[in-house]
Design a binder for this molecule. Structure first.
Ligand SMILES: Cc1ncc(COP(=O)(O)O)c(C=O)c1O
Length: 415
């Protein structure tokens, strides 16, 4: 059999949905300035699908810093991997400022969050060690865990009783091999908006010996008094041994970082294959991140405004009877019941006839029969946007419940 035959025949779990209108649900093209109003297929829509939590993507100071830096350095500078010829005072400065902000001794920059997480897991465990991780972990954690040649044990999402049981098993296994234990969870879970139970996990350190790695992609900039993340919000930043976040959300850019004790970060600096064997973060991204961090630290109104929108949206949706699950963060999933066809019809109606753009989450990302329309509020949304969205969602929920969307074919568009 030709290797490619099965790829073309099956297309994979997500590719299976590629029969839905191309460029519509999969790979849609949003156009215009980044923000709550963007164009989709020529029409202006209210956009709730960007992780631009603090509105920094289009902040004039950010845009200027990015442009000035690109003009000064070009997009290639510095050339080479960090270890060889790709280091700069700006890279070091950004690391120092991040370490100071997240209250860790030391920080290491990463080119991408996904790669970084994979590489960190790969670097810090060997076949004797045991990984224990939350079942709802992001793909980068799951894929990092898959690289691990030792034992890996998953615990039910945020279920501390189950984690304790799994830690008992992990301890036994680690004692047999002479290895250690790494627990991995997230600060904010990107689909549900749930916070990782970091306080309870850290508490378990009194009973079990393990190190804790937290992916706080959605928490950095949005959670905690200063925006330093979920560890700060829950008062357990010290108990997190490795704190990771990406620049892809609140910082509205590319890149990522990991912070921890200086000795461990030094180990990572010399061991992280994704950094040692890859070109370092380009200067405009580094200088741009310094500007974003400055704004994040000095303009608390960005986060305050985000939370004003989050609270209005989440409370408003709950008041009119929507199920938004158990979110404790800006991530706002709105749960509906229905099949993939209904999801497509409903989302199309929302987009075409009610001018709202949001992500649709369907099987296999969530169980069969569940549809999530996921809203990501940002500090540049308005209370008027919130009002409009709740009204539209109420209308489409009535239509969904009356069976309007229940047909195989995709509904006619008004346009
Ligand atoms: C929880 C989580 N971890 C890691 C990543 C990957 O980060 P990056 O986009 O920088 O690769 C994401 C998504 O961007 C994420 O949501």
């Amino acid at each position: 059999m030709d290797l490619f035959d099965k790829l073309v025949a099956e297309l994979g779990p997500l590719g299976r949905h590629s029969n839905l209108p191309e460029d519509y649900f999969m790979f849609p093209k949003l156009e215009g300035e980044i923000g709550p109003r963007m164009k989709f297929q020529g029409k202006e829509l209210l956009n709730w699908s960007l992780n631009n939590y603090l509105g920094l993507a289009n902040h004039p100071e950010v845009r200027k810093a990015d442009a000035d830096s690109a003009a000064k350095w070009g997009m290639g500078y510095p050339m080479g991997a960090r270890m060889m010829s790709g280091n700069s005072v700006n890279h070091l400065e950004l690391e120092n400022q991040l370490a100071d902000f997240i209250k860790k001794e030391s920080v290491l920059l990463l080119n991408f969050g996904y790669q970084g997480v994979l590489s960190i897991i790969d670097a810090i465990v060997d076949r004797k060690d045991v990984i224990v991780y939350d079942a709802d972990s992001h793909a980068c954690i799951v894929d990092g865990v898959r690289l691990h040649m030792g034992k890996r044990i998953v615990y039910q999402h945020n279920n501390m009783e189950d984690l304790e049981k799994k830690l008992q098993r992990a301890t036994k296994l680690a004692n047999e091999t002479g290895g250690g234990i790494l627990v991995i969870t997230e600060g904010v879970f990107g689909m549900s908006g749930n916070l990782g139970k970091l306080k309870e996990v850290v508490e378990l350190k009194k009973k079990f010996q393990f190190r804790l790695f937290v992916d706080d992609a959605h928490g950095f900039g949005t959670m905690g008094e200063t925006g330093a993340g979920t560890g700060e919000a829950l008062g357990v930043q010290d108990g997190i041994d490795l704190y990771f976040s990406t620049f892809a959300k609140s910082m509205a850019s590319i890149g990522a970082f990991v912070g921890g004790d200086a000795t461990v970060i030094k180990f990572l600096k010399y061991s992280l294959r994704s950094q040692i064997f890859a070109k370092s973060l380009p200067m405009p991204l580094v200088v741009g991140a310094l500007k974003r961090l400055e704004l994040l630290r000095t303009q608390p109104e960005l986060k305050d405004n985000l939370w004003k929108i989050v609270n209005a949206l989440q409370n408003g949706l709950k008041e009119v009877g929507f199920n938004i699950g158990t979110t404790q963060s800006p991530v706002t999933p709105v749960f509906f019941e229905g099949g993939v066809g209904e999801a497509a019809n409903m989302a199309m109606d929302v987009r075409e006839n009610f001018n709202i753009f949001c992500s649709v989450v369907i099987y296999p990302v969530v169980p069969k029969g569940m549809i999530i329309l996921r809203l990501i509020p940002t500090s540049v949304h308005t209370l008027e946007d919130v009002k409009q969205t709740i009204e539209v969602f109420s209308k489409v929920k009535t239509k969904l419940d009356s069976g309007v969307y229940k047909r195989e074919e995709i509904i006619e568009l008004n346009s």
